[in-house]
Design a protein around this ligand. Structure first.
Ligand code: PDD
Length: 281
């Protein structure tokens, strides 16, 4: 992999940040991830829009123009020599030269990197699907941190993952305060019942892949509801799936140790996943 920081491209192993960077000290940063398939960046505009929106909400100043950032990302991919890549862009608060506690004193820093593609679930396991546990751990309450800002507040996900592993699951879905499904570590969640798809619409990241799935379903005239979805609905669903830049549309076949529907990837999930990957060729 190759990283860009302090205005230079360096091998990923040499890309280091200061321990005084507020991104590290306080999770005071935002990021976004694009995936590159056969050297082509997928839905770059949507990711850049979200990155800029997140930065603005956090009062972070982007040190480069949009076109320049696109060039930096492309250069990271070319220099890393990767055909398929996971490309991350990060804007941290940076370091305050006076060590003050005033975020306005810090110099915001842009960091980008390109590494081999990272999957939520490796493609050879898509036939089996993802086994999840629905955890009692709550996703960060939306009142304290805007969930639409792509953030590094992953302590809840990490706590939830340990809970899930203890219960023999492969990943986790967190809930919101009311016991509705929120999201997983890096993915949005969908359930399918009687031919209608539903996905949580609040307290979750506005996933770019989530939006792609909604658009594909609309084109295929498959009904889709964006609304609160309870965990009971997942347990009673005919099918379920996760969406992420890191893996596309991923079947969820087990929840809390029981099969979701038939326990195999469902027909609607497979149809959407096929249409999603067809867009890449
Ligand atoms: N994560 N929810 C959370 C909390 C996420 O971090 C992500 C993405 C998603 C899915 O969003 P999108 O479809 O735009 O990738 C939902 C990235 C891929 C990551 O952290 O690796």
């Amino acid at each position: 992999g190759v990283a860009y920081l302090n205005g230079e491209f360096v091998p990923i192993a040499e890309a280091k940040i200061s321990v005084l960077d507020w991104g590290f000290l306080h999770s005071d940063a935002t990021y976004d991830v694009v995936h590159v398939w056969k050297r082509r960046v997928f839905r770059l505009d949507a990711h850049l829009d979200r990155f800029w929106r997140s930065a603005e909400k956090l009062h972070l100043t982007m040190p480069v123009e949009r076109g320049k950032l696109a060039e930096i990302l492309a250069e990271c991919v070319v220099r890393s020599g990767l055909e398929d890549a996971y490309v991350e862009m990060i804007l941290t608060r940076g370091i305050s030269p006076t060590f003050s506690r005033d975020p306005r004193d810090a110099e915001n820093q842009l960091i980008c990197f390109s590494i081999p593609f990272v999957w939520v679930l490796p493609p050879e396991k898509h036939g089996t699907g993802l086994s999840v546990a629905v955890s009692e751990v709550q996703r960060i309450p939306p009142e304290s941190v805007d969930p639409t800002v792509k953030n590094y507040h992953w302590l809840d996900f990490v706590t939830g993952l340990y809970d899930a592993y203890d219960r023999g699951a492969g990943s986790v879905i967190l809930q919101d305060r009311s016991g509705n499904l929120a999201e997983g570590p890096g993915f949005n969640v969908f359930v399918v019942k009687d031919g209608t798809i539903a996905t949580p619409d609040r307290g979750v990241l506005e996933g770019i892949t989530r939006r792609s799935a909604i658009q594909i379903a609309a084109k295929m005239n498959i009904p889709m509801e964006e609304r609160p979805v309870s965990s009971t609905e997942l347990f009673a669903a005919d099918e379920a799936f996760a969406t992420s830049t890191a893996g596309g549309i991923i079947p969820i076949t087990q929840a809390n140790g029981a099969p979701v529907g038939s326990g195999h990837p469902g027909p609607i999930t497979c149809t959407l996943a096929k249409a999603y990957w067809d867009k890449h060729s």
